[in-house]
Design a protein around this ligand. Structure first.
Ligand code: SF4
Length: 200
């Protein structure tokens, strides 16, 4: 980010806009990753509910609710997460261009378990972040429906950010993450690779 962008963003925040907002647009996900945080009891701690006990908005209801929240909070940056946001791809086909036209920078976080619509690669200010937490032997075994083969097919023709959570299982393996970085850096679809660590 350029210095002028930071100054511009601060100016907008001082006029009352929120720096960022994150919306879980669905609780549904076709995967069953071990250790998935989304269904942990703490995840919705402020509501005292579990994600499985709440119901999703769909169709126009979902579109209108997201736009309502965005108009209310006026974020500079919006993260769309799940569950798996791609299960609501029909609603996103309508929402994403509208959010872009509103000048909001959107980050969509997905496991790329289904094809990412090709039209999305023309939407300005949209960043597609694909969570991939390891190399094929570990990742394919862990997330059985979202294998490397499937991810590579589903991200074709897009420009994505790879997001990798470093796990205790692989953190101490010499050269593991260099290999991961080399694999993804060489792909033409990849603009950036981010690593985060978690306490397990
Ligand atoms: S892709 Fe995400 S939401 Fe779905 S099971 Fe895995 S960790 Fe949970």
């Amino acid at each position: 980010m350029k210095k002028s962008d930071v100054i511009k963003a601060w100016g907008r925040i001082l006029t009352g806009r929120q720096p960022s907002l994150s919306i879980e647009i669905t609780r549904e996900c076709p995967l069953r990753c071990p250790g998935c945080y989304a269904y942990e009891p703490e995840h919705l701690q402020e509501t005292g509910q579990n994600l499985r006990s709440v119901s999703d908005y769909k169709g126009d209801d979902l579109i209108n609710k997201v736009l309502e929240l965005v108009r209310e909070h006026r974020p500079l940056h919006l993260s769309i997460v799940g569950g798996e946001p791609l299960v609501r791809f029909r609603e996103l086909n309508i929402l994403l261009p509208q959010l872009s036209a509103m000048g909001i920078s959107v980050q969509l976080v997905t496991s790329a378990v289904r094809e990412i619509p090709k039209a999305w690669n023309k939407i300005e200010n949209l960043t597609i972040v694909v969570s991939i937490d390891g190399l094929p032997p570990e990742y394919d075994a862990r997330c059985q429906s979202a294998t490397y083969e499937r991810i590579l097919r589903n991200i074709a023709e897009h420009r994505i950010t790879v997001h990798c959570t470093v796990t205790g299982q692989t953190a101490n393996r010499p050269g593991y993450y260099e290999k991961f970085l080399n694999f993804w850096s060489e792909r033409e679809e990849v603009r950036r690779v981010c690593f985060v660590t978690v306490n397990e």
